[in-house]
Design a protein around this ligand. Sequence first.
Ligand code: KG4
Ligand code: ZN
Length: 341
Amino acid sequence: MKKYILGIESSCDDTSAAVLENNKVLANIIAGQDVHKRYGGVVPELASRAHQQNIIPVVDAALKTAGIEKSQLSAVAFTRGPGLLGSLLVGTSFAKAFTLGLNIPLIEVDHLKAHILSHFIQNTEGNKKLPSLPFLCLTVSGGHTQIVLVKSPHEMEIIGKTIDDAAGEAFDKAAKIMGLPYPGGPIIDKLAKEGDANKFIFPKPRIKELDFSFSGLKTSFLYFVRDRLKENPDFIDQNKNDLAASIQKTIVEILMEKLAKAVKITGVYDVAIAGGVSANSLVRSRLAEEGKKRGWNVFIPDFQFTTDNAAMIAIVGYYKYLANDFAGQDVVPYARSLSKA
Ligand code: KG4
Ligand code: ZN
């Protein structure tokens, strides 16, 4: 029996709507928000206003692309949190009203779980190899850095996390120090392709077990650049590519070392990456390399499912639909992660 799930994502600065037919994507529409670029980060109030403007056209485009009528929808899944409350409220209110109008179930989805379960989205041909359970997932985004042991679509355990900044934040802050616009991660990735990753050495933190820390790295990058600028005001311009390549290599090595440790501790060899930073070309190539070297089965998401998107919300919606796990109209968004993944 075909089920059509509409997914809604509005946790940060992307308004997205997707339609899934069971576990396959029929449409995944994402409207970004350029309005934040000149502020060097997401401005919450501007983000919620842009979501208000975008949500109806985005949902409309998703239904049209999918080629289905709203009356064919089986349920609507929306991001409940974590994220910016004002932004989440737009998606939450829309999903509530839409399900009420259509008299279909409402499903609440955790954004971080959704990044992870995006690996269960099947391709159109139906021949994509999906991770087997349990698997490990390194979730690296602008707000989170976690290693999660995924026992089932409904049961996950966070076995490592950042004690300060997220990996995406480390990319974005390094970019800001270099005078690059927000979000800096993709720009660093691009510049690094032309740079020498061994030109500058930055210290890696010593953090216990599977936890991460990136704030010390950011500070040492800041002081390093500031000191060099005193001697040479053109230092950044002249060394942009090498700076980008060197900081990127340091961040990615920190991630890979912890992931290797997680495999050793858990004995789980199915290893996935998810979240915005999993779009990074070095993260992707290094994971593939480590997999080959160490005998891991690696799962690298399609680009369209790395940064925030509603298809990942809809796939969680599909699993919850099968489990009859529905939300009431009294459900409210949450800004911070609930204790479990
Ligand atoms: O998952 P996401 O879209 O939003 C959050 O839930 O945070 O992740 C956004 C983060 C930003 O920090 C952005 O700079 C980073 O992902 N990012 C990248 C790349 N593409 C996005 N970082 C490094 N390299 C990339 N190619
Ligand atoms: Zn995200």
